[in-house]
Write a protein that binds this ligand. Structure first.
Ligand code: AP5
Length: 227
């Protein structure tokens, strides 16, 4: 891991654009802390509570969970601190109300957002990426049937786990709803961050390494690591 200035960044982009994949690279290479509302909500849904059950229904259909729930999750996690390398907000904010709430929460803590990295990926590529995604059940490492298959020995490269899952919302119908939600509710954030002067568009159509290099370059991370 190489040292770099602490940065707080948002990763913006449609479902399966590669946000989680690149967030994990930034964690490994730069010691940043990934806050994925999708992962937090998946943890809530497996809690077996009534709220978890309602969250599961909404997620499986591809709709957005209500702002209040995700804002509370993020505020609670930010309150725990512990991100000397900076925070990566992965899949949050997704609405203008969430963006305002994030700005306010950071301001209260004497922090600010340094960049919003927008991954630009064609819809056809999203379908391809989403239909092949497989995740390690133990650590969440992300694989793809074609572009990043599970190793031949059946063990996760990160944790050695042998159980892999496919997400309930990774199907054609849910993807249509998720894409619609992205363009309707989340895409306005592109203009929001552009106006604030921190939007950093990145071509997300290349391979994982190419995209990692583009992210490091746009964030002006030192060239020694990052990709
Ligand atoms: P969330 O978990 O955030 O899902 P998402 O935004 O739809 O994004 P994904 O996790 O599907 O994709 P990704 O961009 O991380 O891609 P990945 O790196 O895995 O949210 C799920 C649901 O939770 C939402 O629908 C909503 O219901 C709810 N939710 C979450 N946050 C919320 C919020 N803030 N407000 C309200 N509701 C919220 O990559 C995908 C695949 O492509 C992988 O197989 C990977 O190996 C492959 N891949 C990655 N990069 C490349 C590349 N460059 N080339 C080739 N293949 C690649």
């Amino acid at each position: 891991m190489t040292s770099a200035p602490a940065l707080n960044i948002v990763l913006l982009g449609p479902p399966a654009a590669g946000k989680g994949t690149q967030a994990r690279r930034l964690v490994e290479d730069w010691g940043m802390v990934q806050l994925s509302t999708g992962d937090m909500l998946r943890a809530a849904r497996s809690s077996g509570t009534e709220v978890g059950r309602r969250v599961a229904e909404v997620m499986d259909r591809g709709h957005l969970v209500t702002d209040g729930i995700v804002i509370d999750l993020i505020r609670e996690r930010l309150g725990q601190g512990g991100a000397r390398g900076g925070f990566i907000f992965d899949g949050f904010p997704r609405t203008l109300a969430q963006a305002d709430a994030l700005e306010e929460a950071l301001r209260e803590m004497g922090m600010r957002l340094d960049a919003a990295v927008e991954f630009r990926v064609d819809d056809e590529a999203l379908v391809e990426r989403i239909s092949g995604r497989v995740t390690c059940a133990a650590c969440g490492e992300v694989y793809h049937d074609r572009t990043r298959p599970i190793p031949a020995d059946g063990r996760c490269v990160r944790c050695g786990g042998t159980e892999f899952t496919r997400r309930a919302d990774d199907n054609a119908e849910s993807l249509r709803t998720r894409l619609f939600a992205y363009y309707k509710q989340t895409a306005p954030l592109i203009g929001y961050y552009h106006c604030k002067g921190i939007l950093r568009p990145v071509d997300g159509m290349g391979g994982v390494e190419d995209v990692a290099r583009a992210v490091a370059a746009t964030l002006r991370l030192p060239a020694a690591a990052g990709a």
